[in-house]
Design a protein around this ligand. Sequence first.
Ligand SMILES: [Zn+2]
Length: 231
Amino acid sequence: MATCVLIDLQEVDLKIDEMIKRWRITDRAYGNRDGLKKREKQLELVQSKVHSELTSHRDAELIVDGIRTKITEVETKLYGGNVRDHRELQDLDKELTFLKRDGEIQELQALELLDVLEKTQELLSKLTKILQKDSVNWTLTQERLVAEKERLTRDLGKLKTHRAIVAKDIARPALTLYERLRTPKAGRPVSKVERGMCTTCHVSVPTQLEQKVKQGRQDLTCNNCGRILSG
Ligand SMILES: [Zn+2]
């Protein structure tokens, strides 16, 4: 019965280790805004792109407006009847043709800039929605993580109380040996003997040694893997 207690202790300790591991993972995840920060950065970049494209489009429209004003001025001169000189009228006509052509080019450019701007604005609105959704999810995740941490802390407390009860039944030398072997044996310092074999390393255990283990000795180790043998 006594050796069974030692293997029970190992079971409890393995559960405790697992729970501590989960607690640490939960703790690391709690408050982590890396994903959100990445999205925010992305949104900022698109916002500044919208800003600069908006300026470019406005500038292009100003140029178009300027050309339109100039066209009206030239047309007034050309058709107003005040200019009668043939040469001067010819020059005005040439200027008007040039202005109209330039106006068309500039208008086309302004339209292209508007198209680019609208696409970026669309992306901005999409990213804004994603970020809003992510923010809501983040808050929900935080609430879940807090609850998970609280639950793990509670369960860990219960397990530690249980461990103290189990450890109380184990003789001091066996307990000392167990504690000493825990780290080098990666949390599994106890191995069962079944059908004359150590169940961890699968090497035969001498009959005499097995008998002593079955009688309840809990300070004997496997000749091969060095773990405490348990009946
Ligand atoms: Zn072994």
